[in-house]
Each structure stands twice: as structure tokens, then as C-alpha cells.
Design a protein around this ligand. Structure first.
Ligand code: SF4
Length: 457
């Protein structure tokens, strides 16, 4: 008999047979009570069932109290999640007011020390420190009925985990499991787990591992699904459908977030559609397909649909599920007799099978973002999409952005109000560039490094 934990976050329950819910995150300054409340109300009206806010400092964590009070005055009751990084003190302050606190095992205690090796002794010492700090957080969460999300990101694994497991799906899983073990030993079970990555196959592998291993160990905590730094537009929606939709179709996942570098309210209808089609809490039958065996085997998917979004979702999920083995390198999508070659290319690129243009990763932004990332991402894409083979990151802040952009060739990262730093891999090339000049400066850097090609090449 499996120990199946249902988690209560304020007025909603997740896990078990409870409905799968969509959530989003504000991108306002959490100290700005009115702006945050306004955006939360917009998200609630769009259908978000949980809302997360960034908490960079104790002051921001404490301002959740004012945000909650103003929401109640507006007759809005929605679970609030505090997103904390780096400081256990911030997580502890947030746990008093938030309904759930998200901590990141990659930076909760483990400090960046530029260390690449850890002895067995050092590893154990870190674990003892983590256990001590989690003990304090648990006490506060118990006193205030606050849930915890152990939120691992592929781009911010601790140096200790990187040394043991490398930058892998296994490293993500082990990072979460180390924390789950401590929470279990301390008898705290109001836990949700997430393993997010920007590369869809890594995100899927990590979540399947987590799901299967929890079952093998005889317990289960709700899983929150998301493809992080997915960017915007069709590319982002294909990545989210492929990663989140395919896992939901296997019966994995209890809450989801579709991360878009767009207005956060745009995330909800798409997330709801994924839940509507695939969130049945069971493994759905494999889709029908045809196979062309001439040269490299090609999957042919045929639909009769005039709904572009539904077509994008169905074809992304169907191909991802059919190609779990990675055997198929070619895809043809036909709807109402018409080929959809651009969509096929976007899906193949999202799964890392064939790159037909530059690859972009971009964070959805949050209260740490102090420049207009939505417009800037559009400009960067417009000018550099033709640079097939390059990976370009557009990130909201230097605090998390640099770690999260992992293997990008170039990075465009928010550095302050209206200011951007530009990177070649992880090396900073230009600092504090005015955002209105930064795209041109980025192009200059790409040219200087010999990576610029003409669109017609
Ligand atoms: S990288 Fe983006 S989403 Fe992540 S903390 Fe920074 S601004 Fe927020």
C-alpha cells in the first residue's frame, strides 16, 4: 500500500484524485502591494488556482501579509506561494504568511564556492547543515499550516550535486530526494516536488524518474510540472505541451505551470487546455500514426482540425509520446490535407532532434526583472532567429539568470533598472548597457566572435 500524500494549500488540495490545477506567478515587485494584488486578481480571473510571488528579502516576505489582507478586502481567496532562493531566513519569514514556500535545494544552503570536488566528509557536513536549517523551517510551517515545494531547477543544481551526478536528470532527482528524505525523517509531509529544466527531454526524464522512484519507495508527494525558460510564442507552447502534456498523458503531475515570457495571464488558458485534454490522471492510449520507412523513418500525424492551438498541443504531445525511444528523426504533420512543416520543425527543435533556427531560452520574468523582457525577447528573436546552431538566453536577472542559462552561447541578462549585461557563454562581455542599445550591442558581440551569418546563407 502506497503512502499517498494529499497536500493542502490554504483552501485547495492537490494530489490523489483532486483535479490537476494550473498556476502562475506575478512579475510585479512584491513590495508594491497594490500592483501585486492587481495582477493576482487578473490571474484569478483568468483561472489561476495558485499564485506565486518572488520573495528576494525578508521585507518582501513580510509584505505578503499586506498583499493577503488587501486580497481579502477584495474578496479574493487564492493560495499564495513565496518563491525564495539563497536565504533560509527569507524562507522562514515567508512561511509565516504564505500558504506554500518554494525552496530550491540548489541554493538553499549550498553556497557557490567555485568548488568542483567534495570529499565524503564535506558532503556529510553539508547535509547536517541542511537538516538543521530545514528543521527550523518545518517548525514554522507546522505552526502556520504552510506547505513546502522542493523546487529543483536543472540550471541551478548545487556544486555538491554536480560533483556527484553531473548536470543530469539523475542529479535533479537526487537533489530533490535528498531533501525529501530529510523532510520525511522530520515527519513533515505537506510537500510538493518539482523538477524543471528548459530542455524538454531532461525535464521529462527527471520527472519520470521521480514518479517511478517514489512509487518504488512506497510514498508519493504531488508533482508540480513545468518546462522552465521556455520563452514565448509557438516555440514556448510547443515545449510546454511536449513536456507537460506528455507527462500528464502518462498520468504524471498534480499541478502545472506553463512558463511564458509574456503577460502571465496568457499562461492560464493554455495550461487549462493541456489539463482538459491530458489531465485524466491515467495513462492515455497511444495516438494513431503512419510510418514512412524510406530513408530515415518518418512519423506522419494526420488531423482534422481548424483549431491551431489544439493542433499544436496534440501534435507536440503525440510525437513526443511516440518518439520516447528517440528513434524517429523526421516528422510530418498534415491537417485537413495540408502539411504543417513549420510546426513539425518547431517540435523537432523543442525535442533537440533537428535545429532549423537559433534556440532561445528566456525566463518568464518575476519581481526581480527590471527591464522590459517581453519586448526585448521579441527584438532579440527577430534579429537573431536565423543563426541556426546558436543558443541565446534572455534572462530577467543576474541573480538566477546566469546559473539558469547553463549552456547558452550568448546571454542577455537584466542587471538593474533598464540595464542589461551581455555574456559570451558565462563570461561577461558588456556591463550595464541601456536596454534600448543592448540588442545592437549583442549583435556586435556575436559578429566579433565570428558567429554572425547573413539570413540568406
Ligand atoms: S531568472 Fe527570471 S524568473 Fe528567474 S529569478 Fe531571475 S527574473 Fe525571476
Amino acid at each position: 500500500m502506497i503512502e499517498n500524500h494529499i497536500v493542502k494549500i490554504a483552501n485547495i488540495e492537490i494530489g490523489g484524485q483532486n483535479p490537476i490545477v494550473a498556476q502562475s506567478m506575478t512579475n510585479t515587485n512584491t513590495l508594491d502591494t497594490q500592483a501585486s494584488v492587481n495582477q493576482i486578481i487578473e490571474l484569478v480571473n483568468a483561472g489561476s488556482k495558485i499564485v506565486r510571488l518572488t520573495c528576494r528579502s525578508i521585507k518582501e516576505a513580510e509584505n505578503l501579509k499586506n498583499i493577503k489582507e488587501l486580497l481579502i478586502k477584495n474578496e479574493i481567496r487564492i493560495p499564495l506561494v513565496a518563491d525564495t532562493h539563497f536565504s533560509p531566513a527569507v524562507a522562514e519569514a515567508a512561511a509565516v504568511y504564505a500558504d506554500k514556500v518554494r525552496i530550491n535545494p540548489g541554493n538553499y544552503i549550498d553556497k557557490r564556492r567555485q568548488k568542483s570536488k567534495f570529499t565524503e566528509e564535506e558532503h556529510k557536513e553539508e547535509l547536517i547543515k541542511i537538516r538543521g536549517k530545514l528543521g527550523r523551517l518545518i517548525e514554522i510551517c507546522e505552526e502556520n499550516s504552510t506547505a513546502v515545494r522542493i523546487g529543483v531547477n536543472h540550471g541551478s543544481l548545487s556544486e555538491r550535486m554536480l560533483f556527484r551526478y553531473g548536470n543530469t536528470a539523475r542529479g535533479m532527482y537526487e537533489s530533490a530526494m535528498e531533501f525529501i528524505k530529510i523532510f520525511r525523517e522530520l515527519n513533515f509531509h505537506n510537500l510538493v516536488i518539482s523538477l524543471k529544466a528548459s530542455y524538454v527531454p531532461t525535464m521529462m526524464e527527471a520527472n519520470k524518474l521521480l514518479h517511478d522512484e517514489m512509487h518504488k519507495k512506497g510514498f508519493y508527494y504531488p508533482i508540480h510540472l513545468g518546462v522552465t525558460e521556455a520563452g514565448d510564442g509557438e516555440e514556448a507552447r510547443v515545449k510546454s505541451a511536449a513536456g507537460i502534456g506528455s507527462l500528464l498523458a502518462e498520468g504524471i503531475g498534480d499541478t502545472i505551470r506553463v512558463s511564458l515570457t509574456e503577460n502571465p495571464i496568457e499562461e492560464i488558458p493554455f495550461a487549462d487546455k493541456l489539463i482538459e485534454i491530458y489531465g485524466k490522471r491515467q495513462t492515455l492510449p497511444m495516438p494513431y500514426y503512419e510510418l514512412n520507412r524510406t530513408s530515415k523513418p518518418q512519423i506522419i500525424l494526420k488531423y482534422n482540425s481548424h483549431d491551431e492551438e489544439e493542433l499544436l498541443i496534440n501534435s507536440s504531445v503525440d510525437f513526443t509520446r511516440l518518439n520516447e525511444s528517440g528513434l524517429y528523426k523526421k516528422l510530418k504533420i498534415i491537417t485537413n490535407g495540408e502539411p504543417k512543416n513549420e510546426l513539425s520543425d518547431i517540435i523537432l527543435q523543442a525535442l533537440g532532434i533537428k535545429y532549423s533556427k537559433a534556440e532561445f531560452i528566456a525566463c518568464p520574468s518575476c519581481g526581480r526583472t527590471l527591464f522590459n523582457i517581453i519586448d526585448e525577447l521579441k527584438k532579440v528573436k527577430q534579429k537573431t532567429s536565423h543563426l541556426k546552431g546558436l543558443k541565446i538566453a534572455v534572462m530577467g536577472c543576474i541573480v538566477n539568470g546566469i546559473g539558469e542559462m547553463a549552456d547558452a552561447d550568448y546571454g542577455y541578462v537584466g542587471a538593474g533598472a533598464g540595464k542589461v549585461n551581455l555574456y559570451k557563454q558565462k563570461q561577461i562581455i558588456s556591463k550595464n548597457i541601456n536596454e534600448s542599445l543592448a540588442v545592437d550591442e549583442l549583435i556586435k558581440i556575436i559578429k566579433e566572435n565570428g558567429d554572425w551569418k547573413l539570413e540568406t546563407e
